[in-house]
Design a protein around this ligand. Structure first.
Ligand SMILES: *[C@@H]1O[C@H](CO)[C@@H](O)[C@H](O)[C@H]1NC(C)=O
Ligand SMILES: *[C@@H]1O[C@H](CO)[C@@H](O)[C@H](O)[C@H]1NC(C)=O
Ligand SMILES: *[C@@H]1O[C@H](CO)[C@@H](O)[C@H](O)[C@H]1NC(C)=O
Ligand SMILES: *[C@@H]1O[C@H](CO)[C@@H](O)[C@H](O)[C@H]1NC(C)=O
Ligand SMILES: *[C@@H]1O[C@H](CO)[C@@H](O)[C@H](O)[C@H]1NC(C)=O
Ligand SMILES: *[C@@H]1O[C@H](CO)[C@@H](O)[C@H](O)[C@H]1NC(C)=O
Ligand SMILES: *[C@@H]1O[C@H](CO)[C@@H](O)[C@H](O)[C@H]1NC(C)=O
Length: 439
């Protein structure tokens, strides 16, 4: 063998030796790698910190099929951590006190051609405090994103963007502190679920140009403020917004082009702004084949609203109101305000009837309490009572006077034996003249 060949062999040997000597994350104090080449970091110590990086010492090995992290104090994903992990299928983070996902840290597009048949990854984050999900943090060929029971402090613009082949995005029971605009940007998913938890503010374009091809479901979420155009969504076959507690819902909040019906059910809204549902419309193809789709507003309780809060785009949409509790005391002015809508909606619109402490339907209230006569009923009653009192007073006056007059009349018996009734009391001075014997 020639010297040059020997040198080549030596170089290769040296190279592989260097690789095997450089520690990977498998050598980290808190991590190990199992037989399936999964990286498992199960931190039992309170202070345990783990950093996941794409290269250098303690890098994630390129053969990694899964990253599973449990119970650490702090976990950081550095940029491009998973970019070259072609075998990767699974990223799971649980019970971590501080999670930081840097820019492009979970960006994964190993296949040159975009094709949904290519395998995708699954990202699960459960019971963590997520300090930051940076811009473009999560990108590429992702099957499922399941984020549940977390406290999420910051979600930046484009946190979830340029995703392909997504089946499910589930955000369950999270407490969101700060969400910036366009957190979910420009991709398609089969289902989008926002379930439970609390959100201070859902900003404009929280979902921006997101195509949801099957189900859009927002359920049981407590939201303080939901801005205009929060959900810029196209194509869902079903939209369900139910059991939410929303303080302020701005106009045009749901800017959606659906391919099916929309149900807004059993929500409690404090302020429902004008045109809250006005941004919802139906895909032209669907409406021309299947007819207009229905916007069902069922069993919601709303405190501040006007009929204009419920206006909708009639082009390819019909509306049915099946129970709307106006959390306002019933008055006849209120029935006046809602008269038009009561005509077009056979379903019940209720108002709060304070006397009985429950909701009554507006038409029932109107029939029993409103109208010129009914409204003035009490005035008539009062006037009647006053008139009756005056009559009684007059009658009593005359009766008393007559009685008095009777008493005043004195019966005088005159010497001739006749009884005279005099209306006037004349004092007759009787002169008793002495009989003289002279006569
Ligand atoms: C971590 O360890 C705990 C107990 O030691 C165990 O219950 C848990 O399943 C482990 N997690 C992983 C991901 O192996
Ligand atoms: C959630 O994570 C914390 C640590 O951040 C842990 O103490 C707690 O037991 C976990 N809860 C559940 C239900 O696993
Ligand atoms: C309606 O919402 C209330 C809470 O606001 C909940 O208790 C109830 O179970 C919900 N009803 C249905 C049918 O989901
Ligand atoms: C929303 O409701 C609150 C009371 O809960 C009220 O102070 C506020 O003015 C309302 N905002 C709008 C826009 O109606
Ligand atoms: C209607 O909404 C009220 C108040 O949110 C709730 O208590 C009740 O269970 C709901 N009824 C149905 C049939 O969903
Ligand atoms: C109503 O929806 C149609 C399409 O469905 C759209 O062309 C039109 O601009 C909408 N109207 C308004 C006032 O937004
Ligand atoms: C109804 O309004 C009252 C005050 O106006 C408020 O305290 C109550 O929470 C409201 N109920 C609902 C279900 O919004």
């Amino acid at each position: 063998m020639r010297w040059s060949t020997w040198w080549q062999v030596l170089l290769v040997l040296q190279g592989s030796l260097a690789q095997s000597i450089t520690p990977t994350v498998c050598d980290d104090e808190f991590c190990r790698c199992d037989a399936f080449t999964r990286v498992i970091c199960n931190c039992t110590k309170a202070y345990a910190e783990v950093t996941l990086r794409p290269d250098g010492a303690y890098r994630v090995p390129s053969t990694c099929t899964g990253i599973i992290i449990d119970g650490c104090a702090r976990v950081s994903f550095l940029p491009d951590t998973i970019r070259n992990l072609i075998q990767l299928r699974n990223v799971e983070i649980r019970n971590v006190q501080h999670v930081i996902i840097n820019e492009r840290a979970l960006s994964w597009s190993p296949f040159p051609r975009e094709n949904d048949i290519n395998p995708g990854i699954r990202i699960i984050i459960n019971n963590c405090t997520i300090d930051d999900i940076a811009s473009h943090a999560i990108q590429g060929r992702v099957n499922d994103i399941i984020i549940s029971n977390n406290k999420i402090k910051n979600m930046r613009p484009f946190s979830f963007s340029s995703l392909t082949g997504v089946k499910n995005i589930e955000l369950r029971e999270n407490d969101f502190e700060n969400i910036e605009i366009q957190a979910f940007k420009k991709f398609a998913t089969l289902n989008f679920l926002l379930n439970g938890g609390t959100i201070r503010t859902l900003p404009s374009r929280f979902l921006s140009d997101v195509e949801v091809t099957n189900l859009f479901h927002m359920e049981g979420v407590t939201v303080n403020y939901l801005y205009s155009s929060t959900f810029l969504v196209s194509a869902p076959k079903r939209v369900l917004i139910e059991n939410n507690n929303i303080v302020t819902l701005e106009g045009d909040a749901f800017h959606m082009v659906t391919r099916g019906p929309i149900t807004f059910r059993n929500n409690s809204v404090t302020n429902l702004s004008k045109g809250a549902f006005f941004g919802i419309t139906v895909d032209l193809e669907i409406s021309s084949v299947m007819g207009p789709q229905e916007l069902l507003i069922d069993n919601n309780t709303v405190t501040h609203l006007t009929p204009s809060s419920l206006i909708f785009n009639r082009t390819r949409l019909t509306q049915r109101i099946d129970g709307l509790n106006l959390n306002v005391s019933c008055t006849c002015e209120l029935t006046e305000e809602w008269r038009e809508l009561m005509k077009s909606q056979v379903g019940t619109i209720n108002c709060w009837y304070e006397l009985n402490n429950h909701y009554v339907s507006l038409p029932t209230y109107m029939d029993s309490r409103c109208g010129a006569f009914k409204q003035n009923f009490w005035i008539f009653v009062v006037i009647g009572v006053v008139l009756a009192l005056i009559c009684v007073a007059i009658i009593i006056f005359f009766v008393v006077r007559r009685e008095n007059e009777k008493k005043k009349k004195v019966q005088i018996v005159m010497p001739d034996g006749k009884t005279y009734r005099e209306t006037e009391f004349h004092i007759v001075v009787e002169r008793a003249e002495l009989l003289t014997t002279d006569l």
